[in-house]
Design a protein around this ligand. Structure first.
Ligand SMILES: [Zn+2]
Ligand SMILES: [Zn+2]
Length: 575
């Protein structure tokens, strides 16, 4: 891709912006700005000048250092200094700078005064009217920023974890086939199992980094190479995902894996613990003075600061370090702990498979029970069941169960919670079921008090068992209805009913934070696929990932119980 002078100038402008945000020497900042202007006003093509070996430091304002950087940008498309600045500053700083009205001075002021590091934080602060308190900001600018930020956030491209995991798996397999590569793994937010990821971080252990980088950047799926060197590369794939690869020596692998898995807050906390012990932690190892004391494995890094290994799903600095110190880390639930699925659709409503096919698919995936929970009549668009059709389904399930060995189909319904909190089907038919999954599918706009009362009232129904997708949120799309989740949880505990973690990739409802809240409140969570076809049982793994981020153990998960232990819990709610 031919680089125009303006492209090189843009790199220098960006360096100047980032240096200014860091509070660098103003003369240094100005040197980069002047160089950018020189390049823009230059009559000749800088790319051609570099190719011809012309004397760049003869240009006005360009010394030997800047001349070398120009050549570097022309050759690689970026510059080590810029890459370093990006690493030193919060990743979203560039996005902040792109908001109209926000130059480097104002971004720096927001960073310093309100610790604003991302568009999310900027939008929240603007919404809460906190920007106007910062020198240089007023209500008008605040309103303008709010609007621009909201628009930008809507466009901001993040990828669902499921898509990113699949892409990462392919790339890791590719890396592992390179002879020198001893290990290749995912790091970053992907490894922490965040719901969405902005980019994919990969890490490889090899002696010869340059060769690995070279092979990686020539992978068929790579569309653009943003940067590449002896130990790292940033590329954009054809599907638009950015992938950053680091290659480290095998003896540094564990230290690098900790370092690049993050989160930033977790890493900072680890380094602080290290300092208390006179140790320095970085991506190469753990050092006492010049001497390396750990780094080959993650375990060795954590052990050097007196901690057991911490699961990546917990590395958010939300109490995991304290828990590790106290040897009270939770034994997180795994996919293999799930015994059944309590929210499944069939062809009788909007599913795409028969009950028999769903049973076969569930068995293939190691489950021993599933609950058929088709929609109720209000959801006419989903062909919801009325009492008569539900009766027939119940009889059908009885006949199926009579033929099954080692597997049980539970009779259920995903019943709509009506606006007044009553359920969409009469108690007489609900009484015939093993469980009743209640769901809000309409009137998301009710005010908080009304929405909360609606759900509490539904839970008062003696047949109510599980609250499906408890907030109605859609990942990165719809924030969910306004509801007092804590009151809902306390009601659930009092009533002996349960909340669902819906594992549909678009839902992942409950969030990690809400899972943790449920655990603290002593509520069991049902990790359900809400499968509409056999393949969708695979979503259970995503639900488990989310549950792990929410600190859930197998004990906290309703459907980690074998059927004999589950039955009395379901019966208790049926009062
Ligand atoms: Zn639903
Ligand atoms: Zn459903």
């Amino acid at each position: 891709m031919p680089l125009a002078n303006a492209d090189v100038a843009a790199v220098f402008e960006e360096i100047a912006d980032l240096l200014e945000i860091q509070g660098a020497n103003p003369f240094r900042v100005r040197a980069y700005r002047n160089a950018a202007r020189t390049l823009q006003e230059l009559g000749a093509s800088v790319r051609k000048m570099v190719a011809d070996g012309a004397d760049l430091d003869a240009l006005p304002g360009i010394g030997p250092d800047l001349a070398a950087k120009i050549a570097e940008v022309v050759r690689t498309g970026t510059c080590a200094l810029l890459v370093r600045l990006h690493k030193e500053l919060p990743p979203a700083i560039g996005a902040l700078l792109a908001i109209p009205g926000l130059g480097p001075k104002r971004v720096r002021a927001l960073y310093q005064a309100l610790d604003i590091r991302s568009l999310d934080q900027l939008r929240d602060a603007a919404q809460q009217g906190r920007l106007r308190g910062v020198p240089g900001f007023g209500p008008t600018l605040e309103a303008k920023i709010l609007e621009a930020t909201a628009t930008r956030l809507a466009q901001d491209r993040r990828f669902p974890i499921a898509a990113a995991l699949a892409v990462a798996d392919d790339l890791l397999a590719f890396l592992c086939r390179i002879p020198d590569v001893q290990r290749a793994v995912a790091a970053g937010s992907l490894r922490r199992l965040r719901e969405t990821v902005g980019d994919i971080d990969l890490l490889a252990a090899a002696r010869d980094g340059a060769t690995v980088i070279e092979r990686f950047t020539r992978h068929d799926d790579v569309r653009d190479v943003l940067a590449s060197g002896d130990t790292k590369a940033s590329v954009v794939l054809r599907n638009g995902m950015q992938v950053d690869l680091r290659v480290v020596a095998p003896e540094s692998f564990g230290a690098a894996w900790v370092y690049f898995t993050g989160s930033k807050a977790h890493d900072i906390a680890l380094r602080r613990l290290g300092q208390e012990r006179g140790l320095k932690l970085n991506e190469y190892g753990v050092y006492r003075g010049e001497q390396r004391v750990a780094g080959e494995t993650e375990e060795s890094v954590y052990a050097s600061i007196g901690l057991p290994w911490i699961d990546p799903a917990l590395r958010e600095d939300r109490g995991e370090i304290e828990a590790a110190r106290a040897r009270r880390l939770p034994q997180l639930v795994g996919r293999e702990d799930l015994r059944g699925d309590l929210h499944v659709h069939t062809r009788d409503s909007d599913g795409r498979a028969s009950i028999e096919d769903m049973v076969a698919a569930a068995r293939e995936r190691g489950l021993t029970y599933l609950a058929v929970t088709d929609h109720s009549r209000r959801l006419a668009i989903a062909h919801g069941l009325d009492p008569g059709r539900l009766e027939r389904q119940i009889d059908h399930i009885d006949r199926i169960n009579a033929t099954l060995r080692g597997f049980t189909v539970l009779k259920g319904i995903e019943v709509d919670i009506l606006e007044d909190g009553t359920l969409d089907l009469p108690d007489s038919i609900l009484a015939r079921l093993d469980l009743v999954v209640g769901a809000v599918h309409h009137r998301f706009d009710l005010p908080r008090a009304k929405q909360t009362d609606r759900v509490l009232r539904a839970m008062d129904n003696r047949h109510f068992t599980i609250l499906a997708h408890p907030t109605g949120r859609l990942v990165d799309d719809r924030p969910g209805y306004d509801i007092d989740l804590l009151r809902v949880m306390r009601k659930a505990r009092q009533r002996g009913c349960f909340l669902e973690l819906n594992a549909q990739p678009t839902r992942l409802d409950l969030t990690d934070v809400a899972c943790r809240m449920a655990r603290d409140e002593g509520i069991l969570v049902a990790i359900d696929s809400d499968a509409h076809s056999g393949l969708e049982f695979d979503h259970l793994a995503l639900g488990v990932n989310q549950a792990r981020r929410g600190w859930l153990t197998a004990d906290d998960v309703l459907n980690a119980r074998p059927l004999p232990a589950l039955r009395p819990l379901l019966a208790a709610t049926m009062g």
